[in-house]
Design a protein around this ligand. Structure first.
Ligand SMILES: [Zn+2]
Length: 81
């Protein structure tokens, strides 16, 4: 019974270390090393998109609107010029 639970648990992603898990998963999806990720809201169609960092730009999955990383990183640093 206990062994079954351990095997089942091993197949699942870590319960709490979501940051590492997503970084790993996004690296698999992007096919390259990903240092982080961010979300941004499309101003045109209001879709929430994921971007893998480092990135030159993000592209909306729904309407194809381009989004610049400078805008995406703004909320993280909290610095306003
Ligand atoms: Zn859009």
């Amino acid at each position: 019974m206990l062994l079954e639970q351990l095997v089942k648990k091993a197949e699942q992603p870590p319960e709490y270390d979501w940051d590492s898990y997503y970084r790993w998963q996004f690296s698999q999806l992007a096919g390259r090393e990903v240092t982080g990720f961010n979300f941004w809201l499309c101003k045109k169609c209001l879709s929430v998109n994921t971007v893998y960092l480092p990135a030159r730009y993000g592209k909306c999955q729904s309407c194809g609107l381009l989004h610049l990383p400078e805008d995406m990183n703004k909320s993280k640093t909290g610095a306003t010029p």
